[in-house]
Design a binder for this molecule. Structure first.
Ligand code: G3P
Ligand code: CA
Length: 326
């Protein structure tokens, strides 16, 4: 497929560093993003959630119990709360209950120390970054390297946050405009599991958009809230893809939707999804290729110079990244 904005000229396979080099540094820290870039990733991924005062910060979840030292901070003990987020009950500490100034007093730490014990060496080193800080960092690195640093920012739980009066899309659009990343050829992808969030972004900025798709049977949370009966299975049909292509430039399917595995974990035959998406002109950013999910076939490892085996304490993301090789 040809034509279109500069995202189509990214190298293939494109290495998208998932949460930064999250196999090697605590995820979503400037340290993880910097290492990913230094390791040669083409694009650096962020997940975005809001603070109480509406700033966008980089965390995979609004529950920050496991990725910061908040549980050890007596001054915030009373902020512990139980909430329902997209149909799931969670107990912990949540970004939307902290101002940015308060959140900045916390220190980040490794989310899964059992899998990534070396990362705990970096516990306490970095604060939670704002998306604005990441844009500034990318700008500086871009100048230094003489080429733009691509970002891949995800709006997390947008319907839930809108219900709290904390819309994600408007502040995101404002930041993209401020840093000149609001155009169709800007070096930033926007992504969400909620198609409605990407439709909203389409009205605000032209930056390339990717609709994330999860395992068959799932329903995007904005569909659930709006009583829209469509499931992910409906969205991966040629008709569903045509609808997505009316406001987005790509899809981000979970790996199971692209290359199913049988009960033993062996790879099956690829589905028609990538072909059908390409026919609609959509790019495909499948997630997530990790050493720890043993997805990568031996010939792919060989062809791309990846290590054949995985050291026990290094089984994070492959180069903290997933690769688009379709
Ligand atoms: O970009 C796709 C991927 O980020 C979706 O997975 O890690 O945000 O749950 P995740
Ligand atoms: Ca993500």
């Amino acid at each position: 497929h040809g034509g279109g904005g500069s995202y189509r000229s990214l190298p293939r396979p494109t290495v998208i560093a998932h949460r930064g080099a999250s196999g090697y540094r605590p995820e979503h820290t400037i340290g993880a993003y910097q290492l990913a870039l230094d390791m040669g990733a083409d694009v650096i991924e962020q997940d975005l959630v809001p603070t109480r005062d509406g700033h966008l910060v980089c965390r995979h979840e609004n529950d920050i119990s496991g990725t910061t030292d908040v549980a050890d901070r007596p001054e915030y003990a009373a902020r512990r709360a139980t909430k329902r987020v997209d149909g799931t009950t969670l107990t912990g500490w949540f970004t939307e209950d902290f101002t940015l100034a308060e959140l900045k007093t916390l220190r980040t730490r490794e989310r899964i120390p059992r899998n990534r014990p070396k990362n705990t060496l970096y516990d306490g080193r970095w604060a939670v970054p704002t998306f604005e800080e990441v844009l500034r960092w990318a700008e500086g690195e871009g100048r230094r390297r003489g080429r733009p640093v691509w970002l891949h920012a995800e709006t997390k739980h947008p319907t839930y946050f809108r219900g709290l009066g904390l819309g994600l899309e408007e502040p995101l659009a404002r930041l993209l405009r401020r840093y000149g990343r609001h155009r169709a050829d800007s070096p930033v992808f926007l992504q969400s599991f909620e198609p409605g969030s990407m439709r909203r972004m389409a009205r605000l900025v032209s930056s390339p958009r990717v609709v994330l798709l999860s395992a068959p049977g799932d329903r995007p949370w904005d569909f659930v809230e709006a009583g829209d009966p469509r499931t992910v299975a409906d969205l991966i049909t040629p008709e569903g893809l045509r609808w997505i292509a009316s406001f987005a430039q790509g899809i981000g399917p979970s790996l199971d939707l692209v290359v199913p595995r049988d009960a033993s974990g062996a790879l099956g035959r690829p589905t028609a999804l990538v072909r059908d998406a390409h026919r609609r002109g959509l790019i495909v950013h499948p997630y997530t290729l990790r050493n720890e999910n043993s997805f990568l076939p031996a010939d792919f490892r060989r062809d791309h110079g990846l290590p054949p085996a995985v050291a026990a304490n290094e089984y994070g993301d492959v180069f903290g990244a997933y690769r688009r090789y379709f």
